[in-house]
Write a protein that binds this ligand. Structure first.
Ligand code: FEO
Ligand code: CA
Ligand code: CA
Ligand code: CA
Length: 736
C-alpha cells in the first residue's frame, strides 16, 4: 500500500492497515481470497465512513452476509439499448462526449452545431485512470471521494470520411473537407482530464474545475528518450526533432508507480495520406520499407482527409509525401508519422508539466502499458502489446532501479525521465512447450544489425521501427495483443488477444500466420449466414516471469481463457468450458482491481454481436499452469495433419468468472478505473450506435442507439460515448 499523502487519509486507514497486515499477497491467492476479503468486508470497512467533502450521513452498512467475490448474480447476454448491471448495483452516466470543461463553455446541444470542442469532452472515451485528490486538492494515493479521471479520446464515429454525429447533417463525406469540420474533428481526438467527486452520495463531474484539461492535435508534446533529436523525427514543425503536435488514436492506458498517466497511441497510421508516386520521390530509400510495415504504402488514403482542410500547416502535416527539396526533411512532413506511435506520459495533476512521448518503449500500435510489481533496488518492467493482426508483445526494462521514495516524488515527470527514457526493449517469443523468451531489441544484436529486410542506423531506428526489429529476431506473431495487466497477487502478466481473422492452418501470403502454441485456435464461427475465419473470439494469454523477475529473459505461459460461445465445440473452440453466464468474444480491456483483485475483462466484439452487445466480466484467476496441456489437430489440404500443442488454464466455474455488465447497442466496453477502496468503478462506453448511417441523422428513430439520452442524460438523441460510474447499493466493493 502507498503511504497516504493527504490530510483526510485518517478516514480509511483502518482497512488500509488491516489489509497490509493480512498481506495482500496471500490475500489475493486462490481460495484465500474469499475468506480474507470477507474479513475485510466485515471488519475493515466498518471503520471507514464518510468523506472529505460531505458530512457522514449514512455510514456504510457492514456487509451481511460477508463479502464474497463474484457474489452478484450474472447478467444475461443482452441486445437492449442500455447498460445492464447486476441486481444491487447502480450505473450512472457521469461524463459524455461534448460535456463542457470550463465554466464559460456552453451546454452541449448534441445536434451537430456545437463548437469549442477544445473545451469539451472528446469523443470515443477509451482507457482511463483515476487519480485521487485530497480535500485540499493535492495529489493523493488514497482519497475515495474526489479525484481526476484522465482518459483517452481514441477516435470519432465515422461513415466514410466524416465524424457524422458531430456535424449538423453528417458533415462532408467527400474531399476536400471544410476547415471547420476538420478543426472540430482534430479537437475531439486526444486526452482529457476531468475532476469528479462524490457529492451527497452521488458522483458528478465539475465543469469549472481548474484541473480540467484537453490535449488534442494542436497541443505541443515533447519527444523524450533515445529518439529525441534523431534524424527520423525532423519535420518542418520541429527541425531539431524534439516535438510534435498532439497525441493520436489513444487507446489503452497505464499508471506509473509515481502516479502519472500513460496513454498508448494505436491506429494513428491511417490518419496520414501518402502520394501515389511517393516511393520514387523518396528514391525508394529505406523509409519506404518502414512506411509499408506501418501501414502506409504509397497511395494510401487518410481516414478523414484532414490534409484537405486548407493550406495551413495544421492540415498539411497529415500528408506525409516527400515534397520538399531538403535532405533532412526539415521542409515538409515526410517524417511526421515517426512522431506517432508511442507511450505518452502526462501528469494529470499538473498542467504546467510537459507531456512526453517515451520513445524508449518503442513505436507500434500501442495499447496499455503496465508495470510489473515494483521491487526496491530492481529495474522496473513495463509490458505492452502491438494491436494489429499478427503483431508482437513487448517488455521494457528500465536502466534505473526502483527507489520506493519516488512513489511520492514531487516532480512526477522528472521521475518519468528517470525510469522511462533509458532501458532495454524486449519482444516475446513463445515456444510450444509452455516456455518463452524475451529477446532484446538492440542494435548490437547481430540478427538486427545485419537484418536483410531493413538497415537499422542506430538504436533510435530500432525503436522507431520496433516491428521490423521484431521481424528480424523472429518474435511470435500474436492474435492482436490489446491490454495487459498484472495480477496483484501472483505478479503474472495477462494479455488480451482480441481476435485474428488472419490466422490460418495453411497461411496464404505474409499477412496470415499458422496456429502456434500461444495462438492455437483456427476455426469458423457463423454470424448469421456469414462465416468468420481464424480466431474470431480471441483469448487471454498469461506470462509468469523467470526467477530474475523484471529482468528475466525467460518465462512460462498458458492461456487463461479462450473466448467462445457457450454452445461451441468444447474440444476445439470452447476450450475454457464457458457457460451462458460467462461466454464472451473479443476480450480487449483488461485490468485487475487493486482493491478486490478481480480481473475485469471488457469486450470490443463484432463476432457475437448478433446475440449480445459488448460486455464486461469479472474473473478470479488462478495461475500459470493450473490447467492442462492440449493438442489441437488440423487437417491440411494434402491429407496430413498439423498438431498444435498448447496449455489452457483451469476451466471457468461460476465462482471464477461471471458476466457483470452488458452495454448499449453498437458500443464497445473499454477503460476501467476505480477508487482506491474499490467502491466506485468508472467504465467507458465507446461509440454506441456506431452503425447509424449518416443519411439517417434527421430521424432519431433510425439511430441504432439513443444512449445515453435514453438513460436520461443530456440534450438531443444522438448517441454519445460516455463514462459511467458503478456503485453497489449497499455501499460495498464492486464485484462482490
Ligand atoms: Fe483501440 Fe486495440 O483497440
Ligand atoms: Ca456465432
Ligand atoms: Ca482497445
Ligand atoms: Ca478495440
Amino acid at each position: 500500500m502507498n503511504k497516504p499523502t493527504d490530510l483526510v487519509s485518517s478516514n480509511e486507514h483502518f482497512s488500509t492497515v488491516l489489509e497490509a497486515r493480512l498481506s495482500r499477497r496471500s490475500l489475493l491467492r486462490g481460495g484465500a481470497a474469499t475468506a480474507a476479503s470477507a474479513l475485510l468486508g466485515a471488519i475493515g470497512l466498518s471503520g471507514c465512513g464518510g468523506s472529505d467533502n460531505e458530512p457522514v450521513t449514512a455510514p456504510p452498512v457492514a456487509t451481511n452476509p460477508p463479502e464474497k467475490l463474484l457474489g452478484f448474480s450474472a447478467v444475461s447476454k443482452s441486445l437492449a439499448d442500455a447498460v445492464v448491471v447486476p441486481a444491487g448495483y447502480t450505473a450512472s452516466v457521469l461524463y459524455a462526449l461534448g460535456d463542457p470543461l470550463t465554466a464559460n463553455t456552453a451546454a452541449f446541444k448534441n445536434d451537430g452545431t456545437d463548437t469549442d470542442m477544445e473545451n469539451r469532452a472528446g469523443d470515443h472515451h477509451d482507457g482511463m485512470e483515476f487519480f485521487p485528490l485530497s480535500a485540499t486538492g493535492t495529489a493523493s494515493t488514497s482519497a475515495n471521494d474526489r479525484g481526476l479521471l484522465a482518459m483517452n479520446h481514441e477516435a470519432t464515429t465515422d461513415e466514410k470520411l466524416s465524424s457524422h454525429f458531430v456535424h449538423p447533417n453528417g458533415g462532408t463525406q467527400s474531399l476536400p473537407r471544410p476547415a471547420a469540420e476538420v478543426d472540430k474533428e482534430m479537437a475531439l481526438h486526444g486526452l482529457s482530464v476531468v475532476e469528479v467527486r462524490r457529492n451527497a452520495g452521488k458522483w458528478e463531474y465539475l465543469k469549472e474545475s481548474s484541473f480540467n484539461r484537453r490535449v488534442h492535435q494542436q497541443t505541443d508534446v515533447e519527444l523524450s528518450g533515445p529518439v529525441r533529436g534523431n534524424a527520423l523525427v525532423v519535420t518542418k514543425y520541429s527541425t531539431n526533432g524534439t516535438k510534435i503536435r498532439g497525441t493520436l488514436n489513444n487507446c489503452g492506458t497505464g499508471r506509473t508507480p509515481w502516479n502519472t498517466y500513460l496513454s498508448g497511441e494505436e491506429n494513428w497510421s491511417n490518419y496520414f495520406i501518402r502520394g501515389a508516386q511517393d516511393n520514387a520521390a523518396r528514391g525508394n530509400d529505406k523509409s519506404v520499407t518502414s512506411l509499408n510495415r506501418y501501414g502506409r504504402s504509397q497511395g494510401a488514403a487518410s481516414r478523414h482527409g484532414w490534409e484537405t482542410g486548407g493550406t495551413e500547416d495544421k492540415y498539411a502535416r497529415w500528408d506525409i509525401s516527400k515534397k520538399g527539396a531538403s535532405v533532412d526533411g526539415s521542409d515538409d512532413y515526410r517524417n511526421e508519422m515517426n512522431g506517432m506511435g508511442y507511450i505518452v506520459e502526462m501528469d494529470a495533476y499538473d498542467k504546467s508539466k510537459s507531456i512526453k512521448k517515451r520513445t524508449a518503449l518503442g513505436r507500434f500500435a500501442h495499447e496499455s502499458a503496465v508495470f510489473g510489481k515494483p521491487v526496491a533496488g530492481q529495474p522496473l518492467a513495463v509490458y505492452m502489446g502491438d494491436d494489429s493482426r499478427n503483431e508482437y508483445i513487448f517488455k521494457f526494462v528500465s536502466s534505473a532501479v526502483w527507489s520506493a521514495a519516488d512513489a511520492t516524488a514531487a516532480d512526477r515527470i522528472a521521475t518519468g525521465d528517470k525510469y522511462l527514457d533509458s532501458g532495454k526493449l524486449y519482444v516475446a517469443k513463445f515456444a510450444a512447450d509452455g516456455s518463452g523468451q524475451w529477446i532484446e531489441l538492440s542494435i548490437s544484436n547481430q540478427a538486427i544489425a545485419s537484418y536483410a529486410g531493413y538497415k537499422f542506423a542506430d538504436q533510435a531506428d530500432v525503436l522507431v521501427n520496433a516491428r521490423l526489429a521484431g521481424d528480424a529476431v523472429g518474435a511470435t506473431r500474436m492474435d492482436r495483443p490489446e491490454w495487459c495487466s498484472v495480477h496483484p497477487g501472483t505478479g503474472e502478466i495477462y494479455f488480451t488477444l482480441t481476435n485474428n481473422s488472419n490466422r490460418r492452418v495453411e497461411p496464404s501470403g505474409s499477412s496470415q500466420a499458422a496456429p502456434d502454441g500461444a495462438n492455437p485456435r483456427v476455426y469458423t464461427d457463423m454470424k448469421g449466414s456469414s462465416a468468420q475465419q481464424g480466431n474470431p473470439n480471441g483469448h487471454v494469454v498469461r506470462v509468469k516471469e523467470g526467477a530474475a523477475g523484471s529482468t528475466a529473459t525467460g518465462f512460462t505461459w498458458d492461456v487463461y481463457l479462450f473466448g467462445a460461445e457457450a454452445g461451441a465445440d468444447a474440444s476445439k473452440v470452447n476450450l475454457s468450458g464457458l457457460t451462458a453466464d460467462q461466454d464472451f468474444s473479443s476480450p480487449d480491456g483488461l485490468a485487475f482491481s487493486t482493491s478486490t483483485g478481480i480481473c475485469w475483462i471488457q469486450t470490443d466484439d463484432g463476432a457475437y454481436t448478433d446475440v449480445t452487445n459488448c460486455m464486461m466480466l469479472a474473473g478470479v484467476p488462478g495461475q500459470v499452469g493450473d490447467g492442462k496441456k492440449l493438442t489441437l489437430s488440423y487437417p491440411r489440404a494434402d491429407g496430413s495433419t498439423l498438431a498444435v500443442d498448447s496449455y489452457v488454464g483451469k476451466a471457468a466455474t461460476a465462482d471464477t468468472l461471471k458476466r457483470f455488465l452488458v452495454g448499449p447497442v453498437g458500443s464497445e466496453i473499454t477503460g476501467i478505473a476505480e477508487t482506491p477502496d474499490g467502491k466506485a468503478l468508472f467504465v467507458n462506453i465507446q461509440h454506441p450506435g456506431e452503425n447509424t448511417a449518416s443519411g439517417n441523422l434527421a430521424d432519431p428513430a433510425k439511430y441504432t442507439s439513443q444512449w445515453p439520452s435514453n438513460a436520461g442524460y443530456g440534450a438531443g438523441k444522438r448517441p454519445r460515448s460516455a463514462t459511467i460510474v458503478i456503485t453497489k447499493n449497499d455501499g460495498g466493493r464492486i464485484g462482490t
